[in-house]
Design a protein around this ligand. Structure first.
Ligand code: NAG
Ligand code: NAG
Length: 167
């Protein structure tokens, strides 16, 4: 194995570290390829995927702010959880859309799984997606009003498919 293969396998190990949570699906993408429409200060897109609920993402003040996770292949998504920020501004998450689909260049064209009405400060809410299939999971604040999108953690759970065949 050369160094490049070695690092590649480390990446895959990290990316596909899987946790089984009986009855709730299989957690995928504990870290992965993430992006957001803009980044305020050091509130990077990765901070929604670092397993630490006290570190958060933050876009600039803009219309149609979004955050996007690339799962590298399409999965049937069982549910998505979002952890809201603590301390202030918990109402900024109101109206956020969770989308799952295959369009990387325009997440707004991907189907909506759920719309967040409200999440209390620091709380984690779970949204069922009933097996919607797609490579990209995104969260956005739609519309012309300039808003900040902040996410402290996003978790994606795959449907358990015990009889998957690879034919
Ligand atoms: C995304 O692509 C997969 C095939 O790779 C397909 O099964 C799935 O239906 C697509 N999702 C959407 C929302 O079009
Ligand atoms: C993604 O969305 C854009 C804009 O809606 C569209 O022009 C493009 O064809 C889409 N790409 C794919 C792969 O569906």
């Amino acid at each position: 194995m050369n160094w490049s293969d070695f690092y590649k396998s480390l990446f895959l190990l990290g990316f596909f570290s899987i946790q089984t949570n009986a009855g709730e699906g299989v957690k995928i993408a504990t870290w992965g390829s993430v992006e957001q429409s803009s980044t305020h200060s050091d509130w990077y897109a990765q901070k929604a995927l670092d397993g630490v609920k006290s570190t958060c993402t933050h876009t600039d003040l803009e219309s149609n702010a979004w955050w996007k996770l690339d799962l590298m292949k399409a999965y049937n998504v069982n549910r998505v959880t979002i952890t809201n920020r603590n301390g202030c501004c918990s109402d900024r998450i109101n109206g956020a859309e969770i989308r799952i689909g295959n369009n990387s260049s325009n997440v707004f064209s991907n189907p909506v799984c759920a719309v967040v009405s409200t999440i209390p400060e620091g709380a984690t809410y779970s949204y069922p997606c009933y097996g919607m299939k797609g490579r990209y999971v995104s969260v956005d604040l739609p519309g012309p009003t300039a808003q900040h999108l902040t996410l402290c953690e996003v978790e994606v759970y795959e449907e358990e498919d015990l009889c998957e065949d690879e034919t």
